[in-house]
Design a protein around this ligand. Structure first.
Ligand SMILES: Nc1ncnc2c1ncn2[C@@H]1O[C@H](COP(=O)(O)OP(=O)(O)OP(=O)(O)O)[C@@H](O)[C@H]1O
Ligand SMILES: [Mg+2]
Length: 292
């Protein structure tokens, strides 16, 4: 599936053989022991997760926990330092977002990636050059018509599709980014905070769309959401990431708002206690070094 079809990740250490994990036949994606640092900052320590066909996986975690880094690694935006990924049982080594897209993995970024100067319909077709090239008859008028049909299907009503997206509200821009992802022919869609900047009505529309797609069962999704109620309503399974490690994995039906809140509060208490202990240790060390 991946070009080259090598079983070894490019950055595999000498002598280290990455063996395909015993895969559940339903898994469309497996992430195994992924780590990623940015200079001194470790964003992902050791992340393993799996996604089944047609499943919606909710990814929760604090600010800075590593959620976007994980999504950006899966979508081919950046490469992990170590670890491996598998797509439908084959080694998955995306070289770029376009490459990942060609393999069926598409993304809606937290920071959107719409081009302000381009119109709504041009943004809808952005990064689909190959597709447009294969359909030379897809002129501006047809593009607009297709974009309108895709937006209508999702229930997004914009009066004009030929205005630059810079003139739209944050929520409208977000709707276009989500529509573009859904409209692609992806097997796996990664959504990084798809409801950020959206009003209640637009957010509800997107959640409804996700529920519809889930029912169809063709598309698998990993979705980062901050609202636990939305996670429990929209997702089949919940993973929580803390400091670059997945610490919680349960079907949504087997957890609750209370349990998720409890975990986060516990985590907060632990982090506070660790910070206090560090402060005490630093003060003790300073006292030893400078007894005056
Ligand atoms: N390109 C980068 N260069 C340097 N540090 C980065 C980069 N991208 C992410 N980080 C750092 O990695 C850590 C994880 O960031 P990430 O964006 O993955 O968090 P997040 O869980 O998505 O947070 P949020 O909920 O705020 O979006 C943070 O400490 C962040 O500052
Ligand atoms: Mg993020």
């Amino acid at each position: 599936m991946c070009e080259g079809g090598q079983a070894l990740a490019e950055d595999t250490l000498p002598g280290e053989v990455i063996v395909a994990p015993v895969s559940d036949a339903d898994d469309v994606l497996r992430v195994e022991h992924i780590a990623k640092s940015f200079g001194p900052v470790t964003a992902l320590r050791d992340v393993s997760l799996h996604l089944k066909k047609g499943e919606v996986l909710g990814l929760l975690g604090d600010n800075g926990a590593g959620k976007s880094t994980l999504i950006k690694t899966i979508c081919g935006f950046q490469k992990q330092d170590s670890g491996a990924m598998w797509l439908k049982g084959e080694p998955y080594e995306p070289r770029s977002v376009d490459h990942a897209r060609s393999l069926g993995v598409d993304v809606v970024y937290q920071d959107l990636a719409l081009i302000d100067e381009l119109s709504v319909y041009q943004n809808m077709f952005l990064c689909r050059e190959e597709r447009v090239a294969r359909l030379p008859f897809l002129d501006r008028r047809s593009m607009k018509k297709e974009a309108r049909a895709a937006l209508d299907e999702i229930g997004i009503h914009l009066p004009r599709l030929d205005v630059p997206v810079a003139r739209l509200s944050g929520g409208q821009r977000q709707s276009i980014a989500v529509a573009r992802g859904v409209y692609s022919d992806a097997d796996i869609l990664l959504l990084d905070e798809p409801l950020a900047a959206m009003g209640a009505k637009e957010g509800a529309m997107i959640l409804e769309l996700i529920a519809r797609l889930k029912k169809e069962g063709k598309l698998s999704m990993i979705m980062i959401l901050h609202n636990y109620v939305h996670v429990l309503e929209s997702c089949d399974r919940v993973n929580m990431i803390v400091d670059g490690v997945i610490t919680f994995d349960k079907p949504a039906a087997e957890t609750s708002l209370e349990e998720l809140t409890e975990i986060v509060v516990d985590e907060y208490r632990r982090a506070r206690a660790a910070a206090n202990a560090e402060e005490v240790a630093e003060a003790a060390e300073a006292a030893v070094l400078d007894p005056e």
